[in-house]
Design a protein around this ligand. Structure first.
Ligand SMILES: [Zn+2]
Length: 285
């Protein structure tokens, strides 16, 4: 592994667990500073099928950052500043239906925000440290995930004989605690599919920068309202994630390979006609 600060560049990004960058060949480690502070870790740049990819360990290496303390703004800004325009965001989730047991891969098409207190916008009316003042911007989140990215993820899973669940609602809770049984049953009664802790504000911030963002939700456990045992433990989550990380990595690589080179989707047009006031954040760029 080398440290290279000379004009690092990547077109695709993955925000995920530390098991994902470790097997890439010729990884270049790049430290990126942002107006919002440092991202979770260095970014690891490599190639997948001839395309430049930046990996960012969401929780930092060693898993030191709990979901509510992740600097989501810095993470997405760092990827954007390297040239990344399409992001895949694998995450561990709990299943809210009995049929979504451990090992299920769900590619959500909606999310519900049940977090609290997380900074979820670049357009908060506050100046950056250099005095830059962002404009007031309201982006559409009607369809929060990239249709092209979702297609690539679903096709990649099917190619790997891992039949995915196409669509569903990811409810994002504040954490770091897991849900009570009552909360979990309420989520299920609302028709929501899986529950996680990191999907928001990642998708929102990506959209605010005009990035494509696709969530790949790996079910590691049945949530408290669905299972009848003692409730999930973090150790069980890690064990199931580790048991699936090889095939998840291969699905991610395949999806990266097939992401469209030219974007023409709701995400790429999110900033059309808008002035953001943020350096480098312009429509279609
Ligand atoms: Zn898109």
């Amino acid at each position: 592994m080398t440290i290279d600060q000379e004009t690092p560049h990547a077109e695709l990004g993955v925000i995920g667990g530390s098991g994902l960058y470790a097997l890439l060949d010729d990884v270049t480690e790049v430290r990126v500073d942002t107006p919002y502070g440092p991202p979770s870790d260095a970014l690891f740049l490599g190639e997948v099928a001839g395309r430049r990819v930046a990996f960012l360990p969401r929780h930092g290496r060693g898993h030191g950052l709990p979901p509510h303390r992740i600097n989501y703004r810095a993470n997405l800004w760092a990827l954007h500043s390297l040239g990344v325009r399409q992001v895949l965001g694998p995450c561990a989730v709990g299943g809210l239906r009995p049929e979504y047991g451990p090992g299920t891969l769900l590619v959500p098409d909606q999310f519900v925000d049940r977090t609290s207190g997380r900074v979820q916008t670049y357009y908060d009316g506050l100046p950056l440290p250099d005095g830059t003042l962002p404009e007031v911007v309201h982006v559409s989140m009607a369809d929060p995930y990239c249709p092209g990215g979702r297609r690539a993820a679903l096709d990649a899973a099917r190619d790997a004989a891992w039949e995915p669940v196409d669509g569903g609602t990811l409810v994002v809770i504040e954490g770091p605690r897991f849900s009570t049984r009552a909360e979990s049953r309420w989520f299920t009664a609302n028709g929501w599919s899986v529950v996680g802790m990191t999907g928001h504000p990642e998708a929102v911030l990506a959209r605010e920068l005009g990035l494509c963002y696709t969530s790949l939700a790996l079910v590691t456990d049945l949530d408290a309202g669905v299972e009848s045992g003692e409730g999930v433990t973090h150790a069980e989550v890690l064990k199931v994630f580790a048991g699936n990380v090889d095939r998840l990595r291969s699905v991610l690589f395949k999806a990266l390979e097939s992401l469209p080179a030219d974007r023409d989707c709701v995400c790429s047009h999110a900033l059309d006609g808008l002035t953001t006031g943020l350096p480098g954040v312009v429509s279609g760029a």
